[in-house]
Design a protein around this ligand. Structure first.
Ligand code: NAP
Length: 248
């Protein structure tokens, strides 16, 4: 997706590459990347908090969320951190978040970004449910959301920020406080989980004509925002979508 976007703007000698990295080597490796010619990196689980800790400057949203998915290098030693997951979610919603209620499922890293983004965009109230209830309570208290036991919550937007759906055998209607038919109550269902096929949650919402935002769309949008910071060029979101959709 990133390499397709680079080619689309004529940056033919740029490369985006995968760099598997154990946590113990994260800091020293990242600091060595700028002198080696890298312009920046995206980071994912489990490095998002460490990435923020390493930065010499950070956007307000990365600081507020407490995690970064984008580092841009400013040689010799500058590293600026941002979190593009948050604006990607708001940009992908088919309706404005302002004055809409939301139910966020999950209390991990992506839920933190989602809750912060929804609150910042004016969603009210934002409920948060998590399998491990204490985590939802802590996160809700920190970010101004409402912890939820999951049953009986009415909301306009449903955002799945759990890992349920990653495994082929995962059943969102057994593992999450949801029933397929109750999806009709939502104006929009967002599933952060993405894979080769649509998730069961996305399929069930589509079958009931509920507008959905798939995890792949969020992947593209956060990536496009990072691309723009790395290159200073507008990203071709259409090119990136096409690359993600192409069979591998
Ligand atoms: P994380 O920090 O590891 O959090 C995982 C969350 O899932 C926790 O709330 C955990 O609950 C919950 N969970 C895991 N298994 C569960 C189960 N069987 N039943 C109920 N809840 C369960 O992960 P994350 O970074 O937030 O990512 C979550 C998902 O979003 C992943 O699938 C990731 O790939 C996806 N994601 C997508 C994008 C995108 O651009 N589309 C961006 C970021 C993340 P407990 O607290 O009870 O363990």
């Amino acid at each position: 997706m990133q390499n397709a976007a680079l080619r689309a703007v004529g940056l033919d000698d740029w490369r985006y590459q995968l760099l598997p990295l154990p946590p113990a080597l994260f800091a020293e490796t990242v600091r060595a990347l700028a002198p080696a010619g890298f312009r920046g990196i995206n980071v994912t689980i489990p490095h998002k908090q460490a990435a923020l800790g390493l930065a010499t400057a950070a956007s307000d949203r990365a600081r507020a969320i407490g995690a970064a998915n984008t580092l841009v290098f400013d040689p010799p030693a500058g590293i600026t951190a941002d979190n593009t997951d948050a604006p990607a979610l708001i940009a992908a919603l088919p309706v404005p978040a302002r004055n809409r209620s939301a139910l966020v499922l999950g209390a991990g890293g992506s839920a933190r970004a989602a809750i912060w983004a929804l609150r910042e965009a004016g969603a009210e109230p934002v409920h948060v449910w998590n399998r491990t209830r204490e985590r939802a309570e802590r996160l809700a208290a920190e970010l101004g959301a409402r912890p939820s036991a999951g049953d009986g919550v009415q909301a306009d937007l449903l955002i799945n920020c759990t890992a349920v759906g990653l495994g082929a055998a995962d059943d969102p209607f057994a593992e999450l406080p949801l029933s397929a038919d109750a999806l009709r109550e939502y104006e929009c269902v967002v599933d952060l989980v993405y894979g080769e096929r649509e998730t069961r949650l996305v399929r069930a919402a589509r079958e009931r004509a509920v507008p959905v935002v798939e995890g792949r769309e969020l992947l593209v949008r956060q990536g496009a925002l990072s691309f723009e910071q790395f290159t200073g060029r507008p990203a071709s979101v259409a090119t990136m979508r096409q690359a993600v959709a192409a069979p591998r």
